[in-house]
Design a protein around this ligand. Structure first.
Ligand SMILES: Nc1nc2c([nH]c(=O)n2[C@@H]2O[C@H](COP(=O)(O)OP(=O)(O)OP(=O)(O)O)[C@@H](O)[C@H]2O)c(=O)[nH]1
Length: 171
């Protein structure tokens, strides 16, 4: 696993914390494609009760266990959490996020093929979304991914809606 840092962000409440070794997390960006290969809707899931940021929307995934590769962890997590078996996982982007509870290095992989029925095995909720994302709130570490998707898709304007009464935010 490489150690270079591609990008990083600090979540609210984690400002000024000392440097911490990151926990590695494998995250799947499941994307529907049409017959021409154009990328369409993507899957978000809500974080289950009892976890930090419960109720926030994210891309499904979880922490690497000892000795696992990103792809192995992703395959295991998506099977355990949402009941599907994925085909190829295409390494896409990485980012480190400082949260009050931990520093995480998120390894995002695009996934276009899977088998099995979606089952929310941790009582999460799932939602196929387009830009701008309408479920809310989204996890801080999810927002950069929406920006990357917006760049790829030449999507202008807000990437997601905010829970407040204010206007939609870009980014
Ligand atoms: N799955 C996932 N985690 C994310 C995303 N963005 C992001 O910052 N994270 C962070 O990465 C970490 C993943 O931990 P997790 O609690 O989901 O992992 P896990 O399923 O292995 O948890 P467990 O230790 O309770 O079994 C959390 O700190 C979460 O806030 C994302 O898009 N998907």
């Amino acid at each position: 696993m490489d150690t270079k840092t591609t990008a990083s962000l600090v979540a609210p409440g984690a400002e000024g914390l000392p440097e911490r070794a990151p926990v590695h997390v494998a995250v799947g960006v499941l994307i529907e494609r049409d017959a021409d290969g154009h990328e369409g809707r993507f899957l978000l899931t809500s974080r289950p009760e009892g976890k930090v940021y419960a109720g926030y929307w994210e891309f499904p995934g979880g922490k690497l266990e000892a000795g696992e590769s990103v792809e192995q962890a992703l395959r295991r997590e998506l099977h355990e959490e949402i009941g599907i078996d994925i085909g190829a996982a295409h390494a896409w982007r990485e980012i480190e996020v400082d949260y009050p509870h931990a520093r995480v290095r998120l390894h995002f992989c695009k996934v276009f093929d899977w088998t099995g029925e979606f089952q929310m095995r941790e009582a999460q909720t799932m939602a196929w979304q387009e830009l701008p994302v309408e479920v809310m709130p989204v996890l801080p570490g999810t927002i950069p991914v929406l920006q990357w998707l917006a760049e790829e898709r030449a999507h202008a304007g807000a990437t997601h809606l905010q829970p407040s009464a204010g206007p939609p935010q870009a980014g």
